[in-house]
Design a binder for this molecule. Structure first.
Ligand code: NAD
Length: 512
């Protein structure tokens, strides 16, 4: 079922050779010169299908220089022309959503329907950005003082960069480049080295839409490329999405180099289930949100907190559903969950299941026993019960198809667990009691809250972001905060007096 994907930026190697995946600089493919590359796999077969070039400091600099050159004309382009281009981008991404999704499945492993969902959510951000004339409107105050008008405008920052994770290779870059370009910035993207082809395909689509060369660039690479971005004097802002230790490092390094930075980190999303919840609905939600995309989502539910006597019924209902989860090649329309992204990651996730009994947790379902055969990076779904906060499987973001259940007696205990957790990305509560749900929304320390909604990813006209160790910086991504992030405010005070009335006045200007 697995198919080889001919991706842009992939010069096919000889028969059986991994394809070479290069950079996109100044409107075309540029082969890397470092001599260093990283393997790209088809996670469903374990086969290395690509080798991605790792950029040198000079190659990153080249991308920044072409983006800097392109900025002058791009920021001067009228809003109506830029909007027209964005409608064309929107049309092309929509037309090619299946192709884009296939790159995701081929390199990330997620099932095709999930990959299409990823593209659809990214497309919503592009659609939001089509409204840029409205979004970039300033304020105007006539006669703020006698004969004086005051107005505000928002202007682009210049060259901005995005550094993205493996788990949403199309959508997360769209969270960044779409608002950045809409606001008049030019962009350098450093995608995950694990699944880079979607970014190169995006570059082709943007070129086809008519985006001028140099406005959107892709440099592939590892820490060398990331550090070159963080330290580059001509990059004004860095957006990052990835794990918390790297997010912290990126935020500290970028801001030390004088840049604006938003760095989104990892997560440990709790789903509280109260005794009055509909158990079947809660179990459906928990299974969907924990095992969808093999748990490799920053908004995945990784921890259920069962309050009071709901626990036994809930664990039973979840357990009953697990054998029905169809694990298989993402290109197979019958599959509901694909493999993990790499062998190392699969082994790391499996080690939490192996270690759970020694920590005192109960392994209700062991996914290692139901993993499909073959060399793919497979791991079936696991369910751990009686998980407590001291355990590694509770503290660490496992980022795999492993769901933990913690049992508590009261709502207050459940709330405390969420609020004491170092992460604060998403959380959810399942209940039929509107009063408690509203209290939860008021009390809980997390950036995105679901009420009977397990994965509360905000729609494109709100902004996405967590609290605590899930976000470094002040600004959430996309939506209104994305527009603010990628622009700088300017306030103009203007008057057109009769020159005959002019005089020297050393007093501080006052409004009258
Ligand atoms: P990662 O932190 O390993 O990598 C993210 C990016 O940082 C990649 O482009 C990678 O090349 C780069 N990078 C990795 N190590 C680096 C280093 N030492 N120095 C400089 N750069 C480095 O994350 P990942 O494994 O690709 O993605 C999974 C993580 O991303 C999870 O923790 C997940 O929760 C998080 N994530 C968060 C959100 C969110 O919105 N908060 C969304 C998606 C993913």
């Amino acid at each position: 079922m697995s198919e080889v994907i001919e991706a842009p930026g992939r010069a096919r190697g000889d028969e059986g050779e991994p394809a070479r995946i290069s950079h996109w600089i100044g409107g075309g493919l540029v082969a890397g010169s470092s001599g260093h590359s990283g393997p790209v796999y088809n996670p469903a077969t374990g086969e290395q299908t690509g080798a991605v070039d790792f950029a040198t400091v000079e190659e990153v600099d080249r991308a920044v220089q072409v983006a800097k050159e392109a900025f002058t004309a791009w920021r001067a382009l009228s809003l109506s022309r830029r909007t027209e281009l964005f409608f064309r981008i929107r049309g092309l991404v929509d037309e090619h959503r299946e192709d884009l999704a296939r790159f995701l499945t081929a390199e990330h492993g997620k099932v095709l329907s999930d990959a299409k969902g990823e593209v659809a959510r990214g497309l919503e951000v592009i659609e939001y950005c089509c409204g840029m004339p409205e979004l970039l409107k300033g304020d105007f105050s006539e006669q703020a003082s006698t004969g004086i008008d005051v107005y505000s405008i928002r202007q682009p920052l210049g060259v901005v960069a995005g550094i993205t994770p493996f788990n949403f290779p199309a959508m997360v870059p769209m969270w960044m480049w779409a608002p950045a370009l809409a606001c008049g910035n030019t962009f350098v993207l450093k995608p995950s080295e694990k699944d880079p082809s979607a970014s190169l395909y995006t570059a082709e689509l943007l070129k086809e839409a008519g985006v001028p060369d140099g406005v959107f660039n892709v440099v592939n690479g590892d820490k060398v490329a990331v550090d070159a971005i963080l330290e580059h004097p001509d990059i004004q802002a860095v957006s990052f999405v990835g794990s918390t230790p790297i997010a912290r490092y990126v935020y500290e390094t970028a801001t030390r180099h004088g840049k604006r930075c938003q760095a989104l980190g990892g997560a440990k999303n709790h789903m509280i289930v109260l005794p009055d919840a509909d158990v079947d609905m809660a179990a459906d939600a928990a299974v969907s949100a924990a095992y969808g995309s093999a748990g490799e989502r920053c908004m995945a539910i990784s921890q259920v907190v069962a309050v009071g006597d709901v626990a036994d019924r809930l664990v039973e209902a979840i357990t009953k559903r697990i054998p029905d989860v169809k694990v298989g090649d993402g290109m197979d329309p019958g599959s509901e969950m694909g493999p993990l992204v790499t062998r190392e990651h699969r082994d790391r996730v499996a080690s939490y299941v192996a270690g759970a009994p020694d920590e005192g947790a109960t392994v209700v379902v062991d996914g290692r026993e139901s993993s499909p055969e073959g060399d793919g990076f497979w791991l079936g779904v696991s369910l751990l019960d009686n998980v407590t906060p001291e355990m590694r499987c509770y503290q660490d973001e496992m980022f795999g198809p492993v769901l933990g259940v913690t049992r508590v007696s009261t709502y207050d205990e459940a709330l405390r667990l969420v609020n004491e957790n170092p992460y604060g990305n998403g959380t959810a509560i399942f209940t039929r009691d509107g009063g408690v749900a509203r209290q939860f929304q008021f009390d809980v320390q997390a950036g995105m809250v679901g009420i009977n909604v397990p994965i509360p990813v905000p729609v494109a006209y709100y902004s996405f972001g967590g609290w605590k160790s899930s976000l470094f910086g002040d600004s959430h991504v996309y939506g209104p905060e994305g527009i603010t992030y990628y622009t700088r405010g300017k306030v103009v005070t203007s008057r057109w007096p009769d020159p005959a009335t002019s005089r020297v006045d050393l007093g501080f200007p006052q409004t009258r």
